[in-house]
Design a protein around this ligand. Structure first.
Ligand SMILES: Cc1cc2nc3c(=O)[nH]c(=O)nc-3n(C[C@H](O)[C@H](O)[C@H](O)COP(=O)(O)OP(=O)(O)OC[C@H]3O[C@@H](n4cnc5c(N)ncnc54)[C@H](O)[C@@H]3O)c2cc1C
Length: 691
């Protein structure tokens, strides 16, 4: 049964500082313009907010000139205070007009009090000329859940990363390390800063030395900045962190604004409070970004196909190889897979990653669902498995009250109204924008335009001289080569010598496909609980799934169909009656790939031998500070271990490694990058003196 995974999670999983509670912006409206009732300040100039955004942030950073001359693939803007998105619109409009084909803008914005979708829409009514931009943003706008939210917009020409968090925390989470010796090491670089947010007099907590010093960590000597304020604390703070600033003519009635650039990396001190709360040795630092955009991905399930799509959209030449003739030949090949939500009242890494992945999936699947047979965003109704679940549902609904488009609690008759059939349960959690997918159709869509080869890979070899990996078939023949290789082979990843250290487990699962009846066709949503039942497609419902450790039987077993039907009754006692006396069901068996902490494995492959040598001292003292980055195998990456949640987890894990390969801002905070890192088990075992 799918939910069984969660019963096995160790209670002391990696902790993250990322509570689910979020305060959305509280607004007063004056003549159609929003004012923050918390800060008592305006979001933009009432004279002409758009013209002000262009003057202060675009002209202040000389973006038109720089973008016309840009000879790189990407440009990164980092902003404090997303607000109504007006600065984003101004930048997006200019970028779409100026940038060359293939160039991509990364727009990262940190916002502690995000506007709701309806407030955004209302605010945007003031600029009908931005309607085209507004519609895309509002459609893609993430639910108000704290953390990182990535959306690709405007035909992949702009990548928006919204970080719903305190600015200083959020920006520190973009950095690759919190180790004092590595504060400036391979951080993503802001090419331009938009320092917005409410004025220093109204919001002094934002404009602190910690902010400026964290900015310095994300800057280099070509970085510029612009801000509407000329407050002395801001000028001094920026200068103290290594920026050179000067006054420039302000917009409208404002006499001055501030422009500047990062000129003096030597002066910037560490500057983030969390350093005093302990830090980690830099075992997880990402390698240098790839110099050549060419990769082979082994494994064409949801992990491999999502990675292929993530690299393809960044202009990489990708070859997808798999031992099957078509994509989705193994775990990703069930007829229906569920975007199965599991929110928690705790903020352990597993639950925080799970909800970030769910929010990411909400941005990824709507486009894919448009294709014939890809599935349906029919909503997912989660029923309690026991009294504890029932008690937690209220708490979860309360925690996510600002995100009703993600989840809400429903009771009594509204359960039947929502899912279309009468249930015995009287309370559930409803996820209106999730649903089911056909993994094979999704994989095929993701792999569109990507070279595909059927190859059984027995081994991979690296040539130090040419810096190229070769894939070797079972006859010992080289069959493909590339400087970058991604291992997305599910449990097969552990069969390669380079990644045999990963503690991957192969877990058998069987789904049951049962014929639809008149009664069962009334089911409109997915129902999840002890097991799951999807609405009918092609005359069948998928229900599942068994979960068997140490079981290599590839056949489909009648006894397992019975187990799935029994689980259906546990999910809700009213469900089996939908099917009456049914004919012998059909089904499919496949094997999940799980990890001991139930988090996926996504990141650069460590060089296990060198890792053991470098960090060997940890065997004696787990707190030793070895100030050297964890060694990785050049150009080798891993994306596997998605357990029972691959359809939700894989798109975000793929976006993470594609971003790391390109040296871009990541779609996950530092804590979760570590939690997913392929070297985490090596580190754990060294610290326990088990290696
Ligand atoms: C019964 C069952 C029900 C499930 N239900 C759900 C669900 O409802 N929702 C959900 O999110 N998840 C579900 N899962 C889990 C989900 O299917 C997996 O998490 C996901 O498919 C993993 O994708 P993947 O790409 O990592 O692995 P896979 O899909 O297994 O892809 C790995 C690929 O690597 C290839 N490969 C391996 N070794 C080699 C080699 N040596 N050479 C060449 N190719 C190789 C394989 O052929 C395979 O195509 C279910 C799993 C099972 C078993």
């Amino acid at each position: 049964m799918v939910p069984a995974d969660y019963r096995r999670v160790r209670p002391l999983n990696h902790r993250t500082d990322n509570p689910a509670d979020i305060d959305s912006a509280r607004l007063d409206w004056r003549d159609g313009h929003p004012l923050s009732s918390v800060f008592g300040d305006v979001y933009y100039s009432r004279d002409d907010g758009l013209a002000e955004a262009c003057h202060v942030f675009l002209d202040g950073n000389r973006l038109a000139t720089r973008w016309r001359a840009l000879d790189r693939d990407t440009f990164t803007i980092v902003e404090t205070g997303f607000g109504t998105g007006l600065n984003f619109f101004a930048a997006a409009r200019l970028w779409l007009d100026t940038a060359k084909p293939g160039q991509q803008l990364h727009y990262v914005s940190v916002e502690k009090y995000p506007l709701s979708r309806s407030d955004l829409l209302r605010a945007h009514q003031a600029w009908p000329e931005l309607d085209f931009l507004s519609r895309q943003l509002v459609d893609a706008y993430p639910p108000l859940v704290p953390g990182f939210h990535r959306r690709w917009l405007f035909d992949d020409r702009i990548c928006l990363t919204l970080i719903f968090a305190d600015a200083i925390e959020g920006l520190a989470d973009l950095c690759t390390s919190d180790n004092p010796a590595f504060l400036h090491h391979r951080n993503p670089r802001a090419d331009a800063w938009f320092l917005d947010g409410f004025a220093p007099a109204k919001n002094p907590e934002l404009w602190t030395p910690e902010l400026f010093n964290t900015m310095a960590r994300l800057s280099d000597t070509s970085t510029t900045l612009a801000t509407f304020t000329v407050a002395r604390t801001v000028r001094d703070g920026l200068a103290g962190a290594g920026f050179t600033v000067s006054k420039a003519p302000g917009f409208g009635r404002k006499r001055d604004m501030l422009v500047g650039s990062f000129t003096n990396p030597a002066v910037s001190p560490p500057g983030h409070a969390r350093l005093t709360r302990g830090y980690e040795i830099p075992w997880h630092l990402p390698p240098e970004p790839a110099s050549e955009k060419r990769a082979v991905i082994i494994g064409a399930g949801i992990a491999g196909c999502s990675t292929a799509a993530a690299l393809h959209r960044r202009g990489w030449r990708v070859t997808l190889v798999d031992r099957h003739a078509t994509v989705a030949g193994e775990a990703s090949g069930n007829p229906q897979g569920i975007l199965y939500p599991r929110l928690s009242t705790q903020d352990l890494a597993l639950s925080v990653f799970g909800r970030q992945a769910l929010c990411h999936a909400l941005g990824v699947y709507p486009d894919l669902w448009r294709h014939e047979g890809a599935g349906a965003p029919c909503g997912v109704l989660v029923l309690p498995e026991n009294d504890r679940d029932l008690a937690q549902f209220s708490e979860i609904a309360e925690r996510y009250r600002a995100a009703p488009e993600l989840v809400r609690a429903i009771d009594g008759n509204s359960l039947a109204d929502t899912c279309g059939i009468a249930l015995k349960h009287t309370r559930g959690l409803f996820f209106p924008n999730l649903g089911w997918v056909s993994p094979a159709v999704i994989c095929a869509r993701l792999a569109t335009g990507i070279e595909y080869r059927q190859v059984n890979v027995a081994d991979i070899e690296y040539d130090q001289k040419t810096r190229i990996w070769s894939l070797i078939d079972p006859e010992g023949e080289p069959i493909a080569e590339a400087p970058t290789v991604v291992l997305a082979m599910g449990h097969g990843t552990g069969a390669l010598a380079q990644t045999s250290h990963l503690p991957l487990r192969r877990i058998r699962g069987q789904i049951t496909a049962i014929g639809a009846t008149e009664a069962s066709c009334g089911l409109r949503t997915v129902i999840c609980g002890a097991g799951y039942l999807a609405p009918a497609t092609g005359g069948f419902h998928t229900l599942g799934a068994t979960y068997d450790i140490n079981d290599d039987d590839e056949s489909v077993r009648t006894s397992d169909h019975q187990r799935n039907l029994d689980t259906l009754a546990d999910t809700d006692p009213a469900l089996p009656a939908l099917f009456g006396s049914h004919s012998e069901p059909d089904g499919r068996t496949a094997f999940r790939c799980t990890t001991p902490d139930y988090l996926p494995v996504a990141g650069p492959a460590p060089d296990a031998e060198a890792f053991d040598d470098l960090y060997g001292e940890l065997r004696q003292n787990a707190r030793t500070n070895v100030a050297r980055p964890g060694p990785t195998l050049p150009g080798l990456w891993v994306n596997c271990g998605h357990g029972s949640r691959g359809l939700t987890y894989a798109p975000l894990a793929s976006e993470l490694i594609a971003g790391q390969m390109n040296g871009e801002p990541c779609p996950l905070p530092l804590g979760l990058i570590r939690a997913l890192h392929p070297a985490r088990f090596l580190l754990r075992d060294l610290k326990r003196n088990r290696r």
